[in-house]
Design a protein around this ligand. Sequence first.
Ligand SMILES: Cc1cc2nc3c(=O)[nH]c(=O)nc-3n(C[C@H](O)[C@H](O)[C@H](O)COP(=O)(O)O)c2cc1C
Length: 175
Amino acid sequence: MPQVVLIQGSLNKESRTAVLVDHAAEEMKRAGLKTTTLDLRNIQMEFCDGRPLKEYHPDMRQAYQAMEEADAFVVGMPVYCYSVSGPLKNFIDITSGAMEKKIAGILCNAGGKQSYMASADLSNILAFESHVTTLQPIVFSSYEDFEEKTLVGEKLQAKVRELVYNLAQQLKPQL
Ligand SMILES: Cc1cc2nc3c(=O)[nH]c(=O)nc-3n(C[C@H](O)[C@H](O)[C@H](O)COP(=O)(O)O)c2cc1C
């Protein structure tokens, strides 16, 4: 069964990105994909300073290995200052080697709708550093798509389904 790693990139206890990531993981399971979620809130992460991977916390090495073994990955990205949040960028700086030539989906979550272009930064980082192909559609959510801890945006849910369908199609030879 194809394996997809979801990276939940927010450190916020009340994260909406986490809600979106959980929702996407459920859709993936329904589509016959095996999923593992790496939630950055549960990972001990030091700042990237260029040291070898083996010198980082074991959590980071485990995350790296899970990503290396995955067939594809999906990144849940909180928007900070119109771009990738610092902690998520730091995580990618350490683990980008494990993403080499894979396919990826992006779940981009921001406060307001004006920040939808922020996901282009993530797409570029993944493409230039790790030759990753970003699948369409890029999913973008903002505060209007949530009520408390529930994802209510119907268009958003349809986008997630479309992304999961496209991901499953790409991984189909392995199904
Ligand atoms: C430091 C910081 C910078 C932010 N910058 C933006 C921004 O540029 N555009 C935007 O729409 N929202 C911005 N936000 C709002 C977050 O995108 C929003 O709170 C989102 O829900 C974060 O994801 P999370 O709930 O998973 O942590 C910012 C929030 C923080 C804390």
